[in-house]
Design a binder for this molecule. Structure first.
Ligand code: B12
Ligand code: SF4
Ligand code: SF4
Length: 398
C-alpha cells in the first residue's frame, strides 16, 4: 500500500495528465503562499499604473495573499492554454506588404480575440477537471472531500506571479509569464484547492540581457524594472479605457482596433511555440481581414453579431467605433475620409471626438476635402469637447 506522500504524488500526476487530456497545454502546482513580488502590487497602484482600472484597487489583500480567497487553501493548480498565432501579429500592422499595398486599411484585432473567448474555454475545462478530481478522490482517498475555487482573469488573483511560483515559467521584462515551451503565448487560469499537492520547482529568469520587448513597445509603456504603466499601453487604451484616448497614443495605435501584442510577439522564446491546437481556439477568418471603411456601417446589433463569443464584444460597440475612428485617421487611402465623415454622425460624442481627430490626420494627406468636412461639422456640432477637437484638427500642422 502507498504511504501518504506517495498517494498525493500519484494523484497529483494523474490530475496533471487529466488536465492535458482536457485540452490544457500546461499544468503546474504552486504553494498556497503569496508569490514573490506580491508586495509590488501596492507600489504599482500607488504610482497610478492602473489608470482608470479602479477595480484593481479593490481587494488588494485578496490579490496579494491567495489564502485570503479561500479558507483551508492547500495548493494552487495553474493551467495554461497555448494561443500562439499562425502569423506574427506584427505582420498585420500598417506599413506596406511585399507587394507594396498599404496594410493600414485592414483593422487588426489581437489574435486572442479572433476566436472564442478564453474565459469560457477555461471555465468549461476546469469544471470538467473538478468532476474528475471529485471521482478520483472518492476512489483513492475517501477521507477527503474536495473544496475549491476556479479563477480566470477577472478575479482578484495575481495570475502571472502565481504561474511563476508554480514553475510554469518566469516573469519576463514585458511583465508576461514567459515559458520555455510556448514563449509568451499562454493564457492562464487557476484552481484553488484544499488538497496539499506539493509545489513544482520554480523556473529561473531567462531574460538575461535581452531588451527586445522594451525596444518594441511603440509607446515605451514598460520599463527596465519589469513594470508596465497601463496609461501608456495600447492594450489598455483599446480594451479597458472607457474615455478619450490621449492624442499621443492615437498615432501609435496605427490600424489596431483591439489589443496590442508587440512586446509579446518579439520575445525570442516564442520561437519554440507551436501554433495553438485547442479546438475552441480556431480563428474566425473574417476577423483577421476587416476593411476599416466598411466597419463604420456596423450598428450595435451588427457589432454583437460579428464579435459573438469573442472578447471584443465586452468592449462594446461605442468604444469599438472610437478605436475605429483612430484607425481610420491613421489609414492611407481615400475611403477613410467618407468613413470618418460618416462617424461624425455617431450619436456618441466619444466617437465624434476621435473622428474629428481622424479628419485632422487625413487633412495632412487630403487637405482640401478634410478641411471642408471639418468646417461644415463645426457649423452643426453642439458638443463642446467635439468642437475643441475640430478646432485642434483644423489648426494641426504636422
Ligand atoms: C490588468 C491586466 C492588464 C492591464 C495591465 C497589465 C499589467 N502588466 O499589469 C492591461 C490592460 C495593460 C493588460 C494588457 C495585456 N494583457 Co492583461 N491582464 C490584467 C490582469 C487582469 C491583472 C494583471 C495585474 O495584476 N497587474 C498588476 C501588476 C502589478 O501585476 P503583474 O503584471 O502580474 O506584475 C507583477 C510582476 O511585475 C512582479 N514584479 C514586480 N517587480 C518585479 C521585478 C522583477 C525582477 C520581477 C521578475 C517581477 C516583478 O510583481 C507584480 C505584482 O506582484 C491579468 C489577469 C489577472 N487576474 O492576473 C491579465 C493578464 C495579465 N493579461 C494577459 C494578457 C494576455 C494581456 C495582453 C497580451 C492582451 C492583449 N493582447 O492586448 C496585454 C499584454 C500587456 C503586458 N505586457 O502586460 C494575460 C497574461 C498571460 C501571460 N502569459 O502572461 C493575463 C494573465 C490574463 C490571463 N488570464 O491569461 N492586462
Ligand atoms: S501591449 Fe503594446 S503598448 Fe502595451 S506594453 Fe506591450 S507593446 Fe507596449
Ligand atoms: S523579449 Fe527578451 S526581455 Fe522581453 S520578455 Fe522576452 S526574453 Fe525577456
Amino acid at each position: 500500500m502507498q504511504d501518504g506522500n506517495n498517494r498525493w504524488e500519484t494523484l497529483k500526476e494523474s490530475l496533471r495528465q487529466r488536465a492535458l487530456e482536457e485540452g490544457f497545454d500546461v499544468a503546474h502546482f504552486a504553494p498556497p503562499e503569496p508569490p514573490p513580488h506580491a508586495e509590488a502590487l501596492k507600489t504599482w497602484l500607488d504610482e497610478g499604473h492602473h489608470g482608470e482600472m479602479v477595480w484593481m484597487e479593490k481587494n488588494q489583500q485578496k490579490r496579494a495573499v491567495p489564502a485570503s480567497l479561500m479558507t483551508g487553501l492547500g495548493s494552487i493548480l495553474v493551467l495554461g492554454i497555448n494561443d500562439a498565432p499562425q502569423e506574427c501579429p506584427l505582420e498585420r500592422l500598417s506599413g506596406e506588404d511585399a507587394a507594396g499595398r498599404a496594410r493600414s486599411k485592414w483593422g487588426v484585432i489581437s489574435p486572442y480575440a479572433c476566436h472564442r473567448d478564453y474565459h469560457d474555454v477555461f471555465k468549461k475545462g476546469m469544471k470538467r477537471l473538478v468532476v474528475w478530481l471529485k471521482g478520483a478522490l472518492q476512489q483513492r482517498m475517501p477521507e477527503w472531500s474536495l473544496e475549491g475555487r476556479l479563477f480566470v482573469d477577472t478575479a482578484p488573483v495575481l495570475e502571472r506571479p502565481l504561474a511563476g511560483n508554480s514553475g510554469m515559467g518566469w516573469l519576463g521584462r514585458n511583465t508576461m509569464l514567459v515559458t520555455r515551451q510556448y514563449g509568451c503565448w499562454l493564457y492562464l487560469g487557476e484552481m484553488f484547492l484544499n488538497l496539499p499537492f506539493s509545489p513544482d520547482p520554480v523556473e529561473k529568469d531567462h531574460c538575461g540581457t535581452c531588451r527586445r520587448c522594451l525596444d518594441a513597445c511603440p509607446t515605451r509603456a514598460i520599463d527596465d524594472r519589469y513594470v508596465l504603466d497601463s496609461r501608456r499601453c495600447l492594450a489598455y487604451w483599446t480594451i479597458e479605457a472607457k474615455g478619450v484616448i490621449p492624442r499621443p497614443m492615437r498615432r501609435a495605435m496605427r490600424n489596431r482596433l483591439f489589443g496590442c501584442d508587440d512586446c509579446v510577439a518579439v520575445c525570442p522564446w516564442n520561437r519554440f511555440a507551436q501554433e495553438a491546437a485547442h479546438n475552441a481556439f480556431q480563428k474566425r477568418e473574417e476577423l483577421e481581414s476587416l476593411p476599416l471603411p466598411d466597419l463604420v456601417k456596423l450598428d450595435d446589433a451588427g457589432f454583437r453579431a460579428l464579435f459573438r463569443q469573442t472578447p471584443v464584444k465586452r468592449t462594446g460597440w461605442v468604444r469599438f467605433q472610437r478605436n475605429l475612428a483612430v484607425a481610420l485617421g491613421n489609414m492611407v487611402g481615400k475611403g477613410a475620409l467618407d468613413a470618418l465623415n460618416h462617424l461624425m454622425d455617431h450619436p456618441e460624442a466619444l466617437v465624434r471626438i476621435h473622428a474629428a481627430w481622424g479628419l485632422g490626420e487625413q487633412r495632412l494627406r487630403h487637405e482640401k476635402e478634410a478641411n471642408g468636412i471639418l468646417r461644415q461639422r463645426a457649423g452643426s456640432e453642439t458638443d463642446h469637447a467635439v468642437l475643441i477637437e475640430i478646432k485642434e484638427s483644423l489648426e494641426r500642422k504636422e
